[in-house]
Ligand binder design. Structure first.
Ligand SMILES: Nc1nc2c(ncn2[C@@H]2O[C@H](COP(=O)(O)OP(=O)(O)O)[C@@H](O)[C@H]2O)c(=O)[nH]1
Ligand SMILES: *[C@@H]1O[C@H](CO)[C@@H](O)[C@H](O)[C@H]1NC(C)=O
Length: 179
């Protein structure tokens, strides 16, 4: 059975990475963005060299999919850059550490700040609860409540937990947003 799943996942992720898509992967520092990308690509992505930037921004590529990754929390002056970096993305993937309940307030604040940018209106949002293998992690319904996802009405929103068994569903959702 595990082999069957793995094979299906590899087959499916191959399809996903053949489609053209640009995805913004954002979240608080250490929420697990890099780890998640390593899981879905088995670490096989190429890193673009980004001209010297004053904050933690990276761009990685695999197949025809580009992921733009950065930490949302930081110095307010960098907020003006969000719009530029999100411009034209097909989806926003917001990664949250579901075990770090003390940071939910910060995560909610930063998420809603980001979504408030006019040029990002309508861009689909997928919230991914990470570190759900840890004791005391919040379930999906708590994430929805804590991050006030029900208040987001100007775009498609989905919330999921990262687990071996639904990574294909996560990719499927993202693929539905690509062109
Ligand atoms: N237990 C657990 N730890 C994780 C998980 N994902 C990431 N981490 C750990 O959390 C830390 C931050 O992860 P990283 O991917 O670097 O976060 P980023 O700053 O958002 O890119 C690292 O020490 C990871 O090993 C997870 O699903 N479960
Ligand atoms: C990327 O897209 C082009 C054009 O659709 C296609 O020919 C190519 O095979 C794709 N790349 C990958 C790695 O799938």
């Amino acid at each position: 059975m595990p082999n069957l799943f793995t094979n299906f996942f590899l087959w499916f992720s191959g399809l996903f990475f053949s489609k053209a898509a640009e995805i913004a992967v954002v979240g608080l520092q250490a929420s697990g963005k890099t780890s998640f990308l390593n899981v879905i690509t088995s670490g096989q992505w190429s890193e673009d060299v980004v001209p010297t930037v004053a904050f933690n921004f990276r761009k990685v590529r695999k197949g025809n999919v580009t992921m733009k990754i950065w930490d949302v929390a930081g110095q307010p002056k960098f907020r003006t850059m969000w719009e530029r970096y999100c411009n034209g993305v097909d989806a926003i993937l917001f990664v949250v550490d579901s075990a770090d309940t003390e940071k939910f307030n910060t995560a909610r604040f930063e998420l809603h700040q980001l979504l408030g940018h006019p040029s990002l209106s309508g861009v689909p949002l997928l919230v991914l609860g990470n570190k759900n293998d840890l004791e005391g992690h919040a379930p999906v319904k708590d994430l929805i409540k804590q991050l006030q996802l029900d208040k987001i009405t100007d775009r498609p929103v989905s919330c999921s937990m990262k687990s071996q068994h639904n990574l294909d569903i996560v990719l499927q959702w993202l693929a539905g947003r690509s062109h």
